[in-house]
Write a protein that binds this ligand. Structure first.
Ligand SMILES: Cc1cc2nc3c(=O)[nH]c(=O)nc-3n(C[C@H](O)[C@H](O)[C@H](O)COP(=O)(O)OP(=O)(O)OC[C@H]3O[C@@H](n4cnc5c(N)ncnc54)[C@H](O)[C@@H]3O)c2cc1C
Length: 472
């Protein structure tokens, strides 16, 4: 198991720190009681747990500035946190750190329909943005499956994706501007409500920074006109590799469905049991393919996709006929990670990206690894983007089983890099993939990334021990 950096950063004692926080924040913004701190000891990567020194819950940017100035002056580490759904351990606390929870900064500040943008605070949930604009016929495109809970500040920090990002791009492609408070308490305005900005691409630098460069206090996102209509279809296949080859054939034909998702047999069965979506229980693998546009556009695209699927001898194919059927199909997919909990309460959700042409080979090799590690795996992923999510099941009460699951996961990520892909697709690096960064990046590349981190955060107080392999 990876350990946080053992070197404590805190110069003052715990009581002095709490007293210092009380001097700059209202009492309701500070949590120091161990029982009340308990919910913050982990995030979506629940195999790792660590109680923080304290939690603070600012309600406005001025309070964030005050917290940062205090922590910088006292040499206290800071862990920014949204909803804590990170699957990479990005929001995992440290014993000598203060968690800065952004959930109370949850207001929508401005919606501009003519110029198609919304300015929101970081604690607004992902779904909350779409809910705020949908009555006017708009939506916010990136849709992580955790969208009911996860917050836009966390989405920006992890550059999150989702099922419909195949057509619309991930968070980075849907952002216009940010406000960021540095560790010194300076406020930086990055980008704006316009498409491009002069100078370095700061927006690109901060997106996906995993809380390493500052705390986001405002996010400006693009909002898009809702499509005329959408329809989902299901195609079941006799093997994972065949479904993978079909994905590649669809993508390489030039068709871009709005979503193209993959589920294997364990996932199909776990999800069908609660969603009752009509998933093909006789298939070894299934694709959910959604198209959108006018009736004619949908019909034409579905016809072309069906023709491609036929070449791979599907065991079943079904196009949803009603909005309710489509909703059930997506209910199953979006609840898939939770549904796998029916098979095994403990699993590691891996996240890597590969070229779609390598899907059949990589799915076969994941199957072989599963057999050799003797650990069951369920595959549920954004196939059109080549963004894999093997869920490796293990027994959390058995440390040897957990160690084996971690080794299996590391082999999958190495495989992703080996075939020309990437260590992460949308979940970020966090503590989970930190020690594998050198599989993807050279020493010189990592040194340049560390230099950027140091430029923003010279004492490495912001979310340390994540992302970068520890220097010995
Ligand atoms: C069931 C489930 C399904 C998921 N599905 C998807 C999916 O489809 N696609 C996907 O991309 N991810 C998915 N995730 C992962 C997770 O939801 C995303 O990474 C999400 O963006 C995290 O948002 P959060 O608000 O929970 O952030 P947290 O987990 O609280 O934090 C994530 C990171 O962002 C930093 N951070 C948070 N807020 C701020 C801020 N205001 N300023 C600076 N740094 C900040 C934290 O320090 C941390 O490094 C899923 C997770 C779960 C549990």
């Amino acid at each position: 198991m990876r350990q946080p950096d053992p070197k404590p950063a805190v110069l003052a004692g715990r009581n002095e720190i709490l007293a210092g926080l009380q001097a700059i924040l209202p009492a309701r913004a500070i949590i120091g009681d161990p029982v009340a701190l308990k919910p913050y000891e982990t995030d979506g990567l629940s195999a790792y747990r660590q109680m923080p020194l304290a939690v603070v819950l600012p309600e406005n940017e001025a309070e964030v500035v005050a917290i940062m100035k205090f922590c910088a002056a006292e040499g206290i580490r800071v862990i920014p946190r949204g909803a804590g759904t990170s699957l990479a351990g990005g929001a995992l606390p440290m014993a000598d750190a203060i968690v800065v929870g952004m959930m109370r900064m949850n207001r929508i500040l401005e919606i501009n329909f003519p110029d198609r943008f919304a300015v929101v605070q970081p604690g607004v949930t992902n779904i909350g943005i779409t809910q705020a604009v949908q009555d006017e016929g708009f939506f916010y495109a990136p849709d992580p499956s955790s969208q009911l809970a996860c917050m836009i500040g966390g989405n920006v920090s992890m550059n999150s994706g989702g099922a419909h990002c195949l057509k619309y791009g991930v968070t980075a492609n849907n952002l216009l501007g940010l406000r960021l408070v540095t560790i010194e308490g300076e406020v930086l305005e990055i980008g704006g409500t316009h498409v491009d900005a002069a100078g370095y691409d700061w927006l690109g630098l901060i997106t996906g920074a995993e809380g390493q460069l500052g705390i986001l206090t405002e996010v400006t996102v693009r909002i898009l006109h809702s499509p005329e209509g959408a329809r989902a279809m299901l195609a079941g296949f006799a093997a994972n590799e065949i479904a993978g080859a079909c994905v590649d054939a669809i993508i390489s034909s030039g068709i871009i469905p709005v979503a193209l998702e993959f589920m294997d047999r364990p996932a199909i069965h776990a999800c069908e049991a609660f969603a009752h979506a009509g998933y093909p229980l006789d298939a070894e693998a299934m694709l959910i393919i959604e198209v959108e546009g006018s009736e004619d556009e949908q019909t034409d695209m579905l016809r072309r996709i069906r023709e491609i699927c036929e070449r791979f001898h599907p065991v079943s194919m079904r196009v949803s006929e009603t909005a309710e059927e489509s909703a059930a199909i997506w209910k199953g997919r979006k609840g898939a990670f939770g549904a796998v909990g029916r098979i095994s309460p403990d699993y590691l959700c891996m996240d890597g990206t590969i070229p779609t042409s390598r899907l059949p080979e990589v799915l076969r090799r994941i199957g072989e690894l599963s057999a050799s590690y003797e650990l069951q795996v369920a595959n549920i992923f954004h196939a059109g983007d080549g963004n894999l999510h093997p869920l490796i099941m293990f027994n959390a009460n058995d440390p040897a089983s957990f160690a084996k699951a971690e080794a299996f996961g590391a082999d999958i990520l190495r495989l992703c890099v080996e075939v020309g892909g990437c260590l992460t697709g949308e979940h970020g690096v966090g503590i989970e993939k930190r020690d594998l960064m050198s599989v993807q990046f050279s020493a010189a590349e990592l040194a340049q990334m560390r230099a950027i981190k140091s430029a923003f955060d010279p004492d490495w107080l912001l979310n340390p021990s994540k992302v970068f392999p520890l220097l010995t």
